[in-house]
Design a protein around this ligand. Sequence first.
Ligand code: HEC
Length: 106
Amino acid sequence: MKTLVNVLGVAAMAAAMTFAANATAGKAIYDRACKTCHGADGTPNPGIAKMMKVDMKDLKSDDVQNMSDADIKKIVTDGKGKMKPVKSVSGEAIDNVVAYIKTLKK
Ligand code: HEC
């Protein structure tokens, strides 16, 4: 019985840690795959916006923060307007990067 309690305790801890790890892992992915264009904290890189001749939304803004996780995932996999699909980010990495973006909320 004691063993079972221990196992459950470890599982709960692992679950809590996985959640924290997602956004942390997401930051590393963001820094590698998104930061050049979207800025360190989600503020669009003005040089990129000018070069692409497009108004990029601040990732911290309500417009982006109110998007569903699925919508953001779709932008990463399918692209949006002038943003090309980010092929280097797939599977779990997309969930992690979306989790990270949600932590940027002002
Ligand atoms: C080469 C530059 C570039 C990279 C790299 C890039 N983006 Fe974008 N992203 C853009 C541009 C430009 C737009 C605006 C597209 C438009 O409206 O035409 C955009 C739009 C978005 C939007 C919607 C907000 C808006 O402005 O409409 C989200 C969310 C987003 N990007 C997330 C990401 C994530 C997550 C990554 C990394 C996995 C990423 N982007 C990588 C250039 C980039």
